[in-house]
Design a protein around this ligand. Structure first.
Ligand code: PLP
Length: 377
C-alpha cells in the first residue's frame, strides 16, 4: 500500500530553507567563483565576525566540520594524549571521537531523566587528577546546566567546553550557546539549526590565546606561511559555505522562533495523548528545538508505524556511546549510564523544522496517537 504524497511529513525540510535564501546565495557564490577565492575568501572573515557577534563572543574561527571544531577546541583548551575528558554518555558519537582523535580518553557520565542533559553531580564525581576538560553537550537544542557545570569545573580548575552543535541561538542571560564556557565547538551540518550546503563548523571563545591556537592548528599548525611550529591539520571553512551560512544566519532568529512555536503546539496537541511522554518546554530562550523528542513504549514498533504512514521520525541516538562497537574497548557495559540506556530505547524524534505546518503537525499527532494506542489495545 503506498502512502499518498499529500499526507507525508518530512523530518526536516531543507528545500524550504533554501528557497528563502536562494537568490542571495546565488549572487554571493557567483562572486566567489568570479574571484576564485575558494579558500579563505572575504566571506569567511565576514561570517566569522557575524557569527561571533550573534553568539556574543570575541572570537569565531570557522572550520571544516563540527567534529574538527570539537577536536580543535579541546586541543586549544589543553587536552592532550592520555588525558581524560568527561562527556555525557548520550550524545552524538562525534563528541567522543574528538576526544579519541587527540589520544585522550572519554569518561562517560549519565544524564538526568527529564531533559536527558549531562548530570553535574555525576560530572563532579567523575573528575580526577587526569581530567583535562568537561564537555557540556546542549542536546536537542536545550542548554546544558551551565551555571552548575561552571561551578564544578571552576572548583576543579578544569576547562568547560561546549558542544553547541545542536543549539545555535539558544541563550542564557543574553549570551548565546557557544559563549557560556571556556571555548565552544559547533557544527553547521545541513540539518542543524544553522546548516551549511555541506560540511562546516566553528569554534567560538572569548579567550584570544585559545582562538589564536585554533587558527594555527586548523591551518597546518602555521600562523606564518610555511612556518610550522606544531603538527596541525587542514580544517578551514570553505568560502562557499561561508556565503551560504551568512545568508541563513540572517534568518536564524526567525527560524528558531518558528521551531519554538511548533514545539509549544506539539506540547498542547500531545497533552491529551496517553502513552506519550513530552519533552519539557524550555525556560525562555534556552531551548531552540533542534529536535522534538518524545518518549514512548515499544518505540521501534511506533517508529515503524510512523514510517509506514509517511511521517519522518528518527532516534537520537539509539545507542549511548559506551554501547557502540567503536567504544566497546572502554569495557563499560550496561549499567554504566542507566538513565541514558533506558531513554535510548524510548526516545523518538518527531518532525521539527521552521517550515512545519499546522496541518503537518496535526497529521503527526494523529498517526502517533494511533500507533501508541495500537500497542495497548
Ligand atoms: C552534529 C553533531 C556533531 C558533529 O558535527 P559534524 O559537523 O557532523 O562533524 C557533534 N556533536 C553533536 C552533539 C552533534 O549533533
Amino acid at each position: 500500500m503506498s502512502t499518498p504524497k499529500s499526507t507525508t511529513v518530512p523530518f526536516v525540510d531543507l528545500a524550504s530553507q533554501h528557497a528563502e535564501i536562494a537568490a542571495e546565495v546565488e549572487a554571493g557564490i557567483a562572486a566567489v567563483f568570479a574571484a576564485t577565492s575558494f579558500v579563505d575568501g572575504p566571506p569567511v572573515a565576514d561570517f566569522e565576525h557575524q557569527y561571533a557577534s550573534f553568539v556574543d563572543v570575541d572570537h569565531c574561527v570557522g572550520v571544516a566540520n563540527g567534529t574538527d571544531a570539537l577536536e580543535l577546541a579541546l586541543r586549544a583548551a589543553g587536552v592532550g594524549p592520555e588525558g581524560e575528558v568527561v562527556i555525557p554518555a548520550n550524545t552524538f558519537i562525534a563528541t567522543a571521537e574528538a576526544v579519541s582523535r587527540i589520544g585522550a580518553v572519554p569518561v562517560l557520565v549519565d544524564c538526568d531523566d527529564e531533559r536527558l542533559l549531562i548530570d553535574p553531580d555525576l560530572v563532579e564525581g567523575a573528575i580526577t587528577d587526569r581530567t583535562q576538560a568537561v564537555v557540556a553537550v546542549h542536546l536537542f537544542g536545550q542548554l546544558a546546566p551551565m551555571e552548575r557545570l561552571a561551578q564544578v569545573c571552576g572548583d576543579a580548575g578544569v576547562p568547560l567546553v561546549e558542544d553547541a552543535a545542536q543549539s545555535q541561538g539558544a541563550r542564557l542571560g543574553g549570551r548565546g550557546a557557544g559563549a557560556l564556557g571556556t571555548v565552544a565547538a559547533t557544527s553547521f551540518y545541513p540539518g542543524k539549526n544553522l546548516g551549511a550546503a555541506g560540511d562546516a563548523g566553528a569554534v567560538t571563545t572569548d579567550d584570544a590565546t585559545i582562538a589564536a591556537e585554533v587558527r594555527r592548528l586548523r591551518n597546518h599548525g602555521s600562523s606564518t606561511r610555511y612556518v610550522h611550529d606544531v603538527i596541525g591539520m587542514n580544517s578551514r571553512l570553505d568560502t562557499v559555505q561561508a556565503v551560504y551560512l551568512r545568508a541563513k544566519l540572517d534568518r536564524l532568529e526567525k527560524w528558531n522562533e518558528l521551531r519554538v512555536r511548533a514545539a509549544v503546539r506539539y506540547d498542547r496537541l500531545l497533552a491529551d495523548v496517553p502513552g506519550v511522554r513530552r519533552p519539557l518546554l524550555g525556560a525562555d530562550g534556552q531551548h531552540v528545538w533542534h529536535l522534538y523528542v518524545v518518549r514512548v513504549a515499544e518505540r521501534d514498533r511506533v517508529l515503524a508505524e510512523l514510517g509506514r504512514a509517511g511521517v519522518g521520525a528518527g532516534i537520537h541516538y539509539p545507542y549511548p556511546v559506551h554501547l557502540t562497537g567503536a567504544y566497546a574497548h572502554l569495557g563499560l557495559g550496561r549499567g554504566t549510564a542507566p538513565v541514558a540506556e533506558t531513554a535510548a530505547g524510548e526516545i523518538l524524534s518527531l518532525p521539527m523544522h521552521p517550515h512545519l505546518t499546522e496541518a503537518q503537525q496535526d497529521r503527526v499527532v494523529e498517526v502517533l496517537a494511533d500507533a501508541v494506542a495500537g500497542g495497548r489495545s
